[in-house]
Write a protein that binds this ligand. Structure first.
Ligand code: CA
Length: 428
C-alpha cells in the first residue's frame, strides 16, 4: 500500500467572461492497476490552445488525447523518457493537422503535464501554463513560463521598471503545434509526500490570482472547493480569459504506511549526518583523555589510549571522505533534479494575513453573488462571517478560517452551473 491510493483530484474549467470559446482542455487519468502505475503513473494535464475560431480548442484537445494514448503504448521503462516522447507525439499530431488545412495553420497549445508514479512527480512542460506544488507553508512554481517576460528576465535580469510587458503577457515563446521540432522542459522526479498539493493551471487563472493567494486557498480548502474557488476568483476579477485548474492532493497515509522510497532528505541532502559528528566528537574526547593520562604520568595507559584513539580518528576520516564522495556521485550535475530548486517560490500567508485575504475574497464573491441574485442563504452566510470575525478578534485564526471557509462554501455551492466544454476525464 503506497501513497498512490490516496490521491484526490478535482478539475474546473471555465470560459471566463469575455471569450466566445473555451480553448483550455484538461485531462485526469488514474492508472487502473498497480502495474500501469509502476510503469508510468497517474496523469494530469492542462493545455491552453491558441489560434482563434475554435482552432485553439482543437489543438488543446489533440494534446490531452495524444499524450495518454502515447503513454499507454510506450515501450520504454523510463517514465521521464516516455513522457517526453508522448509530448513530442502530441506536437507531431497537432503540427500535422495544422499543415493539412489552411484554417488550422499555426494552431498551437501550451501543455503542462504532471505524472505521479513510483519515482515521484515528473513534469513535462511547454508554454505558459503552470504547475505548482504546495507543501506546508510554501508554494513553489515547478515550471518555467515560456513567455516573452520570463525569457527576457532570464536573459537580462529583472525588468521591473525598465520595460512594461503588461500588454505582452500572452506572448509565448514555445508551444506545441506550430513548429515541427520543439524543446520540452522536463522537471523531476520530485519526491512526493502525504499532504502535498499540486496545481496545474492556465494563464487565465495565474494572471488573476497571485501565488500566495493560490497557496493559501490550496492549503485551506479541499481540492474540490479550491478548484472552484480559484476559478470563481478569476471571474470575479474580470474573467478576461478561459481559466482552468487541476488540483491534486496526496492524502494522509495511515500511520503504519510509509511513503515510497523518495526521502525528504534527498532534496536537501545534508552531507554527513549526526552519527558521523558524534563519532568524531567521541574520538576527539578519547584523544584528549589519552593525552591527559600521559600528562598525569600514566604513561602506559595514556600512550595506548592516545594511539588507539588517533588511529580510530584516522579510520573515521578515511570512511567519511569515502562517504562524501559517494554522496557526490549520486548528484552528477547541476541539472540533476535532486538539486532542483523551484522557478519561483512564495510563502503561504500567516494565519492573520490569510484570514484577511479570505475575508476579502468572501467580500468579492458576495458582491458578485448579490449583484447576480444567486440563491444563497444570506442569513446563514452572515452568521458564519460574524462568527469568523469574533474568532479573529480573539486571535483564534484557525477557527476564524474554518468559519470563513464555510461562508465562502455557501456562496460557491450556489454558483450558476457552467457548461464544461473541452475536457476529458479518463481512467478509473
Ligand atoms: Ca489562456
Amino acid at each position: 500500500m503506497y501513497w498512490e491510493q490516496f490521491v484526490q483530484s478535482e478539475a474546473q474549467t471555465d470560459i471566463g467572461l469575455r471569450r466566445k470559446n473555451n480553448e483550455d482542455s484538461y485531462c485526469i487519468s488514474f492508472c487502473p492497476n498497480e502495474e500501469t502505475w509502476r510503469r508510468s503513473g497517474h496523469l494530469f494535464i492542462v493545455a491552453d490552445g491558441m489560434g482563434g475560431h475554435a482552432v485553439g480548442e482543437l489543438a488543446s484537445r489533440l494534446a490531452i488525447e495524444t499524450i495518454p494514448h502515447s503513454l499507454q503504448k510506450t515501450s520504454t521503462q523510463d517514465p521521464k523518457k516516455a513522457l517526453h516522447e508522448a509530448i513530442l507525439a502530441a506536437n507531431a499530431a497537432i503540427h500535422t493537422r495544422g499543415t493539412q488545412n489552411a484554417d488550422f495553420l499555426h494552431m498551437g497549445t501550451t501543455c503542462t503535464t504532471l505524472m505521479l508514479g513510483p519515482a515521484g512527480g515528473i513534469v513535462g512542460h511547454i508554454g505558459d501554463s503552470r504547475a505548482y506544488r504546495v507543501r506546508r507553508d510554501r508554494i513553489d512554481q515547478l515550471t518555467f513560463d515560456h513567455s516573452l517576460e520570463w525569457e527576457l528576465e532570464r536573459k537580462h535580469g529583472s525588468l521591473k521598471g525598465i520595460i512594461d510587458l503588461s500588454q505582452h503577457r500572452n506572448v509565448i515563446t514555445r508551444s506545441l503545434g506550430p513548429e515541427e521540432v520543439i524543446d520540452v522542459d522536463l522537471e523531476g522526479p520530485f519526491p512526493v509526500f502525504p499532504g502535498d498539493t499540486f496545481l496545474l493551471c492556465s494563464d487565465g487563472l495565474s494572471n488573476q490570482v497571485s501565488d500566495p493567494e493560490m497557496g493559501a486557498i490550496l492549503r485551506e480548502f479541499s481540492p474540490k472547493a479550491a478548484a472552484k474557488l480559484l476559478i470563481e476568483l478569476a471571474n470575479v476579477r474580470g474573467g478576461p480569459d478561459n481559466s482552468t485548474a487541476v488540483v491534486v492532493r496526496i492524502g494522509d497515509l495511515p500511520s503504519n504506511v510509509y511513503p515510497t522510497q523518495t526521502d525528504e532528505f534527498i532534496e536537501n541532502r545534508p552531507g554527513l549526518g549526526w552519527s558521523w559528528l558524534a563519532a568524531f566528537a567521541g574520538g576527539a574526547l578519547l584523544v584528549v583523555w589519552g593525552v591527559a593520562l600521559l600528562l598525569l604520568g600514566h604513561s602506559i595507559s595514556g600512550s595506548i589510549l592516545t594511539a588507539l584513539s588517533v588511529w580510530g580518528m584516522l579510520v573515521l576520516t578515511v570512511f567519511s571522505i569515502r562517504q562524501q564522495q559517494a554522496l557526490r556521485q549520486d548528484l552528477p550535475d547541476e541539472t540533476h533534479t535532486r538539486l532542483w530548486r523551484p522557478h519561483r517560490t512564495a510563502v503561504a500567508l500567516s494565519s492573520k494575513e490569510l484570514f484577511e485575504l479570505l475575508a476579502s475574497i468572501d467580500g468579492e464573491l458576495q458582491r458578485s453573488a448579490r449583484d447576480d441574485g444567486w440563491d444563497v442563504d444570506w442569513g446563514e452566510h452572515d452568521r458564519a462571517v460574524k462568527a469568523a470575525e469574533r474568532a479573529a478578534q480573539e486571535k483564534r485564526y484557525a477557527k476564524g478560517l474554518r468559519d470563513l471557509a464555510r461562508a465562502i462554501g455557501m456562496v460557491m455551492d450556489e454558483l450558476p452551473r457552467q457548461p464544461d466544454p473541452g475536457n476529458v476525464r479518463s481512467g478509473s
